[in-house]
Design a protein around this ligand. Structure first.
Ligand SMILES: N[C@@H](CCSC[C@H]1O[C@@H](n2cnc3c(=O)[nH]cnc32)[C@H](O)[C@@H]1O)C(=O)O
Ligand SMILES: [Zn+2]
Length: 431
């Protein structure tokens, strides 16, 4: 299908400027920006005048099926939250639950302008099916926990490579499969080394949690005499494109390791605040050449999948922490949610900016609302004034996925009720 977005306020994210322009989409790609070529015959024309049109947001760290546990265990410290509330419930999870929980999150993400997400969970076939019917883009990894070469640990790794064979580049090329060693406290050294060794044949990206809580870091120093980041470096995993969620409690040497190994930090300010895990040193990481992307984490530690909130947090918290209002200015925060996420996910040639030849993952933000007036600086308005509810149209891979606030590929109402049913059944199973 050919789509013409006419006369819109375009933020390509390549430069810090908004231009008035047309955008042409042919099939899944951005075909032109600017003048409409004579030979271009659009099937659909969208009037872009009252919209900021920008690249879709990339949620660089999440566990989408955890929407089933939204508001199930709140106001708890990190460790009891995870080990006493979440893990016991996850033991009772079934594939169908994950399927409906995933769809619930996908509707929520589309409605708030997220066009691509990076997910680590289990029953990943069901997540992939939800991705396929909704038309969203995703990097998927089967979460890996275990010891050495135990049958259970190896079976999970085998499952990861099966997921790769079944789903990588499938669903119109929307899915990319990676490996998800959960964390250095849930995977022992031998298992991390095994994951690294087995991956030599595949060279998949690595999605891991690192240095999230003070306890994790203290335990690591006590047990191994080194930080979690130093420990993981020794397993060889960083030779692959690595995405490390959190990295909150880190030393200067950790930053050096992250920078030297081109590890992207996936910053989740909402989750870190809610679980009282602290604040990542975003400015310092960026100044030291580390790519920092933004994520929501799961809906049980946030409790939503709203990247506008994370963008706002990223810009505000880092100023408050350093007492320096020029830290993480608006455009930087937006980069964290777009191009930096694309780099993290190994997709910078595909998405993250609006450029001719890239995939058409585009969102249109309705600015005919009081909080967008006066219009001194629309780039700032996206960070400090906009909300997820302002996202009006969403295009992914050249397909219109949401039009005029209505998601077209999947049925929002059915999904909400079905997911609720599955959540109630799940909780019944532990009682
Ligand atoms: N337990 C699974 C795989 C884990 S998937 C990813 C895991 O990350 C967990 N998780 C979610 N948020 C966080 C977080 O902030 N820190 C650490 N783990 C988290 C989540 O509950 C889920 O168990 C198995 O081995 O079969
Ligand atoms: Zn997480």
């Amino acid at each position: 299908m050919n789509i013409l977005i006419r006369n819109t306020k375009l933020l390509t994210m390549k430069k810090e400027e908004i231009i008035i322009s047309n955008i042409g989409i042919v099939e899944d790609e951005i075909a032109f920006i600017g003048n409409v070529p004579d030979e271009f015959i659009p099937d659909e024309i969208i009037d872009g005048e009252n919209f900021i049109t920008m690249p879709g947001l990339i949620n660089a760290h999440t566990h989408i099926a955890m929407s089933l546990m939204r508001n199930y265990a709140d106001d708890l410290p990190f460790w009891p939250w995870l080990t006493e509330k979440i893990w016991p419930l996850e033991e009772k999870l079934e594939g169908e639950d994950v399927y409906w929980g995933s769809l619930l999150s996908i509707v929520e993400m589309i409605k708030s302008g997220i066009t691509c997400f990076n997910d680590m969970y289990f029953f990943m076939d069901d997540v992939a099916k939800a991705v396929e019917i909704s038309g969203i883009r995703a990097n998927l990894s089967r979460g890996l926990t275990g010891e050495g070469r135990s049958d259970e640990a190896i079976a999970k790794l085998d499952e990861s490579f099966k997921l790769y064979k079944d789903w990588n580049n499938k669903a119109d090329g929307l899915i990319k499969v990676e490996l998800g060693p959960h964390a250095p406290y849930t995977c022992d050294n031998e298992y991390l080394k095994e994951i690294s060794k087995r991956n030599e044949e595949y060279d998949l990206g690595i999605h891991i949690h690192l240095s999230e809580s003070p306890k994790e870091v203290e335990d690591s120093y006590k047990e191994y005499g080194m930080s979690p980041i130093e420990k993981v470096e020794k397993t060889g995993l960083f030779k692959y494109r690595t995405m490390a969620a959190h990295c909150v409690h880190i030393s200067d040497n950790d930053i050096k390791i992250l920078s030297e190994n081109n590890v992207t930090v996936l910053n989740n300010p909402g989750s870190n605040m809610k679980l009282a895990n602290g604040f990542a040193k975003v400015k310092k990481l960026i100044d030291n050449g580390v790519n920092v992307a933004l994520g929501t984490d799961g809906s049980s530690s946030n409790n939503n999948l709203n990247m506008f909130e994370e963008i706002n947090y990223a810009a505000l918290i880092n100023k408050a922490l350093s007492n320096e209002p020029t830290d993480i200015p608006a455009f930087e925060a937006l980069k964290m949610a777009t191009i930096n996420g694309a780099k993290a996910l190994g997709r910078e040639k595909e998405i993250g900016t609006i450029e001719v030849g890239k995939k058409a993952d585009i969102i249109m933000i309705d600015i005919e609302k009081p909080h967008f007036y006066p219009r001194y600086n629309l780039i700032s308005s996206l960070v400090y004034s906009a909300s997820a509810a302002d996202v009006c149209n969403v295009i992914i891979n050249g397909k219109i996925i949401m039009k005029n606030y209505i998601v077209e590929t999947i049925n929002e109402r059915e999904i909400m009720h079905k997911a609720n049913e599955k959540a109630m059944e799940l909780v019944d199973r532990i009682n």
